[in-house]
Design a protein around this ligand. Structure first.
Ligand SMILES: Cc1ncc(COP(=O)(O)O)c(C=O)c1O
Length: 410
């Protein structure tokens, strides 16, 4: 009897322990990393699921929300990549730094377009898009507890990359009244002791504001004075912009300045995932360390296609911008019809930034338009508190579709 009781006791204890262990393991597996505590799913990832559901229910939503170019790359670019695919040598791993021919094509492009004199051997690094670069730069320079200056409004990835590394974004306000240029006297008043990076983005998304030469030189001086790395994210420089600029045009190689650029918007190659980082060679070396641990080189045919794109003649840019200019006329009409005020008719980039009337809330207006008129636009507040009360409309839809959206408002 006693032996039976002992046996039951042992078995019960064993099962309890095993359950506890399994529960503990399950809890461990279910818990995401602490660094994700402040990260939410990207707004568009969530909202586009809602749009998809509405489409599934037969709503035929017109999407004027996102900036993914609908026009294709130049045929030369596509043919170069196709020919390359047929060569057996193309399918190997590639150099971490990109092939020399691509790096030379980037420095030639920068020289021609932005009057810079970058060294192809150590001042450019091909990347899989500008977005990848934002994370790589953050990984290369941020420790837990560091701070980063982030524009408000601005591209949300600057702050999510910062938060993912347990660093702190410090938002600096960009105001319409100041043509969305940084307010340097306000910046000087901030506690900058822990600030290591400052993100700037000209031409600016979502507002389309361009930086003046003065803004770039003041940024370079500000970075030098406070020992902060300034990074200009520059993917929109060739869209609806008569005067493409680069911060590197005004910097020396030893200034703490970097610039991201991308083929996504200029050459309609968003899905190719190809862009570049340029600037201070010592800083680039650190980013390369991160990159060598994260990927194994860019697909050779993507690099060859990108070279063909960077060498396109002026006609490419003219044709592209003529198309966007025509589309923008209709987008302006949509904004007018809804009583929204266009922030700047000279804006660069793929978007129109418009102010709502009577202090309306951006997301409320977006949902009303989505559910009542089946048109999706982006609410300004997803780009920061300073974007509240604004709407971003994309030019990445054919004219006929934009016209149809306009018709739906009648
Ligand atoms: C300001 C800004 N930076 C970077 C990106 C990402 O570009 P890429 O496709 O080169 O990663 C975007 C894309 O929307 C953007 O708006």
């Amino acid at each position: 009897m006693l032996i039976k009781k002992i046996r039951i006791f042992i078995i019960r204890n064993y099962l309890l322990k095993r359950n506890e262990l399994l529960l503990g393991q399950k809890e461990k597996q279910m818990k995401p990393a602490i660094r994700l505590n402040n990260i939410e799913e990207y707004y568009f990832s969530k909202k586009l699921r809602e749009v998809e559901n509405l489409n599934f229910k037969g709503k035929a939503i017109i999407n004027l929300g996102i900036g993914s170019p609908d026009l294709g790359p130049h045929p030369k670019v596509i043919n170069t990549a196709i020919d390359c695919m047929r060569q057996s040598q193309s399918h190997k791993y590639q150099s971490y730094r990109g092939i020399s021919e691509f790096r030379k094509a980037i420095t030639d492009f920068y020289r021609k377009q932005f009057r810079t004199n970058l060294n192809w051997e150590n001042q450019v690094l091909p990347l899989m898009g500008s977005k990848e670069g934002i994370m790589h730069i953050s990984l290369a320079f941020l420790n837990k507890g560091d701070s980063v200056l982030v524009p408000d409004p601005g591209y949300p990835t600057y702050s999510s990359a910062t938060k993912m590394l347990e660093a702190e974004p410090i938002y600096y306000k960009l105001d319409e009244i100041n043509n969305y240029q940084p307010n340097f006297s306000a910046l000087e008043k901030l506690d900058l002791k822990r600030v290591k990076l400052m993100w700037v983005n000209y031409p600016h998304m979502p507002t389309g504001a361009d930086a003046s030469k003065e803004t770039f030189t003041r940024l370079i001086n500000f970075g030098r004075k406070h020992n902060i790395i300034i990074i200009n994210d520059n993917p929109y420089s060739f869209i609806l912009n008569d005067n493409p600029c680069s911060i590197l045009e005004h910097a020396n190689p030893d200034n703490n300045i970097l610039e991201l650029n991308s083929l996504s918007k200029t050459f309609n190659m968003a899905g190719w995932r190809v862009g570049m980082l340029a600037g201070n060679p010592d800083l680039l070396k650190e980013v390369l360390k991160v990159k060598t641990q994260m990927d194994s080189g860019m697909f050779y045919c993507v690099q060859k296609g990108a070279i063909a794109a960077l060498r396109l003649s002026k006609d490419w840019y003219t044709k592209l911008n003529n198309e966007y200019r025509e589309r923008r006329e209709y987008i302006w009409k949509i904004a007018d019809k809804l009583g929204w005020k266009i922030s700047n008719k000279e804006a660069s980039g793929l978007f129109v930034w418009a102010k709502l009337k009577n202090g309306e809330k951006s997301e409320k207006v977006v949902d009303r338009l989505l559910y009542e008129k089946s048109i999706f636009v982006a609410p300004g507040n997803i780009f920061g508190d300073n974007g509240e009360g604004y709407i971003r409309l994309s030019l990445c839809m054919p004219k006929e579709v934009i016209r149809e959206a306009l018709g739906r408002l009648d």
